[in-house]
Design a protein around this ligand. Structure first.
Ligand SMILES: [Zn+2]
Length: 249
């Protein structure tokens, strides 16, 4: 394919060969946000279009706000890998993927520039409108692949997106110390925590045992919804934030 008309008005088109058809009859009902985790945006753009990489994304958003579309929204891009949300595992078939240029945690993890976030907001609004994607389904790669991925990370300004009408959030409950559920704990309180995480969509086994997978999912939850402290311990602030999130529209 030499080119296509971008789904997002104003986007540049640079075609990636790394895509296929969406499986079954799946249509996009989720937006998954990533960071590129590479030294430069140009390098990331080349990588996502290199057949050898076998990865792609529908969109790439550069630091200066420039948007590049690489895969049509109707097609299946290869961005999420092994993932899960509400028990569904072929996330690539039901999502639109957006790579946001940022070198990531292993290369200093700078903040996201304002112009870049403004472009992300506009792009998300357009995608959500075209596919009737609900606010709760604008997610981080780390939400759908906890333990394996931590992008776009705790510096990503979810609050700014939410203030602009993108995504689902509550103001995190204050951190006050006190008792917390942590790895090794067992019992009904752990089962309740796991159930609540599962009700929101996270892939966690409900066992009543606060095991490693539970800690990893709690970290993923905190990274998105209580980013001030990502420690994998379900303290009062984490639990109240999760309860309020589940109760909010
Ligand atoms: Zn990612």
């Amino acid at each position: 394919m030499s080119g296509f008309t971008p789904d997002a008005p104003g986007a540049e088109v640079r075609v990636s060969p790394n895509f296929g058809p969406r499986r079954e009859t799946l249509v996009p009902d989720m937006i998954v946000l990533h960071y590129t985790g590479m030294a430069t945006g140009a390098g990331a753009e080349a990588w996502l279009c290199d057949p050898a990489s076998e990865v792609s994304s529908h969109y790439l958003v550069h630091e200066d706000g420039r948007v590049v579309q690489m895969v049509r929204e109707s097609d299946r891009a290869w961005h999420a890998g092994k993932s899960s949300w509400f028990g569904r595992t072929d996330i690539n078939s039901c999502s639109v993927g957006m790579e946001i240029v940022n070198p990531g945690h292993s290369l200093g993890y700078p903040g996201f520039p304002r112009r870049q976030i403004e472009a992300v907001i506009e792009l998300c609004k357009g995608i959500a409108a075209r596919h009737a994607i609900p606010a709760r389904r604008v997610l981080a790669h780390s939400d759908v692949a906890p333990g394996r991925k931590i992008d776009p990370g705790e510096k990503f300004p979810w609050r700014q997106l939410f203030a602009a009408g993108v995504g689902h959030l509550v103001v995190a409950s204050p951190i006050r110390g006190g008792p917390a559920l942590r790895q090794g704990d067992t019992g009904p309180a752990v089962e309740t925590l796991q159930s609540m995480l599962g009700l929101y969509g996270y892939g966690v086994e409900i066992s009543g045992i606060f095991d490693q997978q539970t800690r990893i999912v709690v970290e993923a939850f905190q990274r998105h919804f209580r980013p001030r402290l990502v420690d994998g311990q379900a303290d009062g602030s984490t639990l109240r934030t999760l309860e309020r999130l589940l109760a909010s529209k």
